[in-house]
Write a protein that binds this ligand. Sequence first.
Ligand SMILES: *Cc1c(COP(=O)(O)O)cnc(C)c1O
Length: 424
Amino acid sequence: MKLPGHPDVAYRDGQLHLDDLPLRELAARFGTPLYAYSRRAMLAALAPYQRALAGREHLICYAMKANSNLAVLQTFAQAGCGFDIVSGGELERVLAAGGDARKVVFSGLGKTRAEMARALEAGVRCFNVESEPELEVLAEVARAHGTRAPVSLRVNPDVDAKTHPYISTGLKGNKFGVAHDRALHAYRRAAELPGLEVVGIDCHIGSQITESDPYLDAIDRVLDLVEAIESQGLRLHHLDLGGGLGITYTDEAPPAADALIARMLERIDARGHGHREIVLEPGRSLVGNAGVLLTEVLYLKSGEAKNFCVVDAAMNDLMRPAMYEATMAIVPATLRDAAPSTYDVVGPICESGDWLGRDRALAVQAGDLLAVLSAGAYGMSMASNYNSRGRAAEVLVDGDQAWLIRDREDPRALFAGEHLPPAR
Ligand SMILES: *Cc1c(COP(=O)(O)O)cnc(C)c1O
């Protein structure tokens, strides 16, 4: 059976394996719901990025909001990556995982003064500033610290990434970045402010992008700006082209990272900007297809209009279906020789939006294990404790080895920080 987009997930003798380990064994050892990630698959996803940029000044900053487990960060840090962070909490994770602050770019449109101060102290490589007021505040914070903050402006190129509206970020109506028309003005202001040092320019047009053209359009728009900015005597060192490359969840066919980057570089070179350092911020495409969410079937329930497969993972573990109506492949960990029935795969949470998959043909019984594929990105990192559910455990797999990289959360830990007022 062919599994979409998953070089490292395959059936052998009817048992679904991640690398060389049967998922059934992982579930027996670590329980469910369980996130399992293949280190090989992560490095294999990184390789085409590295290949395509070899021989050119570059930095691949893993956008860690996709999956911020320390072991995942360590994997990318050891492979030479930097990190794209969007909060002070993410910076602390990078440092705890042994990442290098000098390879960190700090994105996000609502940075607090405290986060700016901490990032300056740690020595991050660049702040991707998303508004003119943020420029003023960052300059102030940097001056108070007796330093200059390295900045890029995140510009909004106003191109349609042709993806889900919730994950499209480069259009005029989006909250992200500085409008194309204001960018030149904002750069002039940045150059004036003594607390800032202009180092580059940045854009990020969206997520789960499956076509090359939006990237090429964005590059043209950004290079127009670069030329306008430099004609004013300012110098920009790097071009940060963001992340957003899509993955195959079911039948999407995004370009391969190396092919896409080759086309991007061709465009950059053709316009005479080949000397610039290239920064990229891939998230989903590095981890998405490296992970699965394992869940046990609790009950098969026949409703009047539908059959339900009730599993022990829920929307608090995996938000994507509820939040974006995302379709993710769901397959049994052990193949059964039986006719499939059609089920909605749902979790135990008291919300009708709590489903993982709709109208799925599955041959399953209570007690069986299911794997939600492509769950390595925006799975655990978006998990919540809704319904007072402890978050899932996470394991990292490499070949025939597996390490527990996050304990299953004890529900009692969830209210450890809560306090009762004095009795009355
Ligand atoms: C989320 C995000 C990324 C990564 O997006 P993916 O779709 O996961 O590749 C990169 N840069 C910024 C600024 C982001 O917010």
